[in-house]
Design a protein around this ligand. Structure first.
Ligand code: UDX
Ligand code: UDX
Length: 475
């Protein structure tokens, strides 16, 4: 257990540092861990404690092998850990000591009761709010870091203020916009930091305390302040807008395949319009990740709840289009391989929901694997970082699955390769050698438009990109 004090020693210089305030983060996940590591790194005058109920996770944060893979994270953690950054399971002591509490516990889609399948399950958030009330002995600022439905802060404030100790709590919304794989640079150089507070003097004072943290390294013009409800809603809508671009471009990839237009050229032509912009126009097998689907469904539920069925249907279509794109990819594999993949070995290159992360939450690879297994395909899965998670995701699903740390083992005797994640290393392989070791005819289905399709075709592969003409030797 750590002892909480108001001063600590900088490991690098041995200098004694005075700690201004203590920040606590409840939830040491993909969001809480990196965010607090960067805050501690940038604000040596704050003590930052990260707590989690999961002992294994905390042990990993305190070890040489962090629980999540993020480029650049090891260095940041090493600089701050033990100096002004501490990981512990002692929630109670953390709450007592903290001036400012970030709450970054998970808010998954509800699986039961009213709003099942769409609404956010707020049970962890509510439990956390209750623990804060129970353990606190003085006033606190409580910050919503988890993505929450609009007006959650109202319910939270009610729980927090229901205490009989005369304590005051100010709720602030400070949603996180970092993306996995680039979390550290996104946190160090954010496009914007959004902070929402109540429009009362106490609310504004609390808001300023949070601005002061980020002002250590974020230029003032990038720190946006709004009212609480705008901040909560902006997070949901930002994710919905990003996902909507992907679904839009994926829908057009289907049309490209019918018309011999090329989705890469269409995306490039659209993206050159500065009003549209070039980002998030990459056609893919579909978006994954812990946020997009959950946040859109949450938005859909909110719209239904507030009596806006047309708005709800509009956003729900973004998720439906995503499912369609995943199914379309599997159908393409099936029809191209003579309408059967039963007993055929298919090498899956990549399982993570995007490159540079080991995270597989809502990864399109999960659904695609299940659909292929339904067709009795035999899967050989290779991913440089996500194999452990893949095993958990597919546990108990009937069918033949091999997990391998060697891509060459995955393709041995395979009929097809499906590229499911855009790991750059896939572009560096010797595809002549791979072709030689595969069954013929050999197929490549590039679900990320990552590889050099012409070169593969010349080697002898039948190549099926997304939203582009297939290059096939079959008559
Ligand atoms: C989570 C939410 O999924 C997302 O909506 C939100 O925007 C930020 O927080 P993430 O950090 O990716 O994102 O989730 P996860 O990696 O699951 O981390 C949550 C952590 O909270 C877990 O380590 C879990 O053990 C911890 N937790 C959860 C607690 O410590 N106490 C609880 O009561 C519940
Ligand atoms: C997203 C948001 O970008 C981030 O701001 C928010 O805080 C959390 O949710 P993340 O899910 O980590 O971040 O990754 P992101 O880069 O947005 O990718 C999400 C999914 O969209 C991935 O599966 C990715 O492969 C896919 N994608 C992205 C595409 O299919 N095409 C694109 O052009 C961009």
């Amino acid at each position: 257990m750590i002892t909480f004090g108001k001063s600590a020693r900088d490991c690098g210089t041995g200098r004694k540092i005075r700690m201004n305030k203590t920040i606590l983060c409840i939830g040491a996940g993909y969001v809480g861990g990196p965010t607090m590591a960067v805050i501690a790194d940038k604000c040596p005058d704050y003590k930052v404690i990260v707590v989690d109920k999961n002992t294994e996770r905390i042990a990993a944060w305190n070890s040489a092998r962090l629980p999540i893979y993020e480029p650049g994270l090891d260095e940041v953690v090493q600089r701050a850990r033990g100096r002004n950054l501490f990981f512990t399971t002692d929630v109670e002591a953390g709450i007592k000591e903290a001036d400012i509490i970030f709450v970054s516990v998970n808010t998954p889609t509800k699986t039961f009761g009213e709003g099942a399948g769409k609404a956010a399950d707020l049970q962890y958030w509510e439990k956390t709010a209750r623990s804060i009330v129970e353990c606190a002995t003085r006033d606190k600022i409580v910050i919503e870091k988890s993505t929450l439905p609009v007006r959650t802060a109202e319910a939270m404030q009610r729980i927090l203020l229901s205490n009989d100790k005369g304590l005051k709590f100010e709720v602030i919304s400070n949603p996180e916009f970092m993306a996995e794989g680039t979390a550290v640079t996104d946190l160090q150089k954010p496009d914007r930091v959004l902070i929402g507070g109540m429009e009362t003097p106490a609310g504004q004072q609390a808001l300023q305390a949070v601005v002061d943290i980020y002002a250590h390294w974020v230029p003032k013009e990038r720190i946006l302040t709004t009212n609480l409800w705008s901040s909560e809603l902006s997070k949901l809508v930002s994710n919905a807008m990003l996902a909507q671009r992907i679904s839009s471009v994926n829908s057009i990839s289907a049309l490209c395949e019918k018309t011999d237009a090329n989705i890469l050229e269409v995306s490039r032509a659209m993206g050159h319009d500065s009003r549209i912009g070039s980002k998030f126009l990459r056609a893919s097998i579909g978006f994954g990740g812990s946020c997009f689907q959950k946040d859109i469904l949450n938005l859909v539920y909110l719209c239904e709840f507030y009596g806006l069925p047309e708005v709800a249907a509009y956003w729900e279509q973004v998720v439906k289009m995503n499912e369609y794109q995943e199914e379309r990819f599997v159908n393409k594999i099936l029809t191209s391989m003579f309408n059967t993949v039963a007993g055929k070995r298919i090498a899956l290159f990549g399982f993570a929901f995007k490159a540079d992360t080991g995270d597989t939450r809502e990864s399109p690879a999960i659904y695609i694997s299940k659909l292929l297994l339904d067709e009795h395909a035999e899967l050989a899965i290779y991913d440089p970082k996500a194999l452990d998670n893949a095993k958990v995701d597919l546990a108990g699903i009937p069918g033949k699955i091999e997990y391998t740390h060697d891509p060459m083992a995955a393709i041995q005797g395979a009929h097809a390769i499906a590229i499911l994640t855009e790991w750059q290393e896939f572009t560096t392989y010797d595809y002549r050698e791979i072709f030689a070791r595969m069954e013929k005819p050999a197929f490549i289905f590039d679900g990320r438009n990552l590889l050099d399709h012409k070169a593969l075709f010349e080697i002898g592969f039948n190549v099926y990109p997304l939203g582009q003409k297939a290059l096939t030797h079959l008559i």
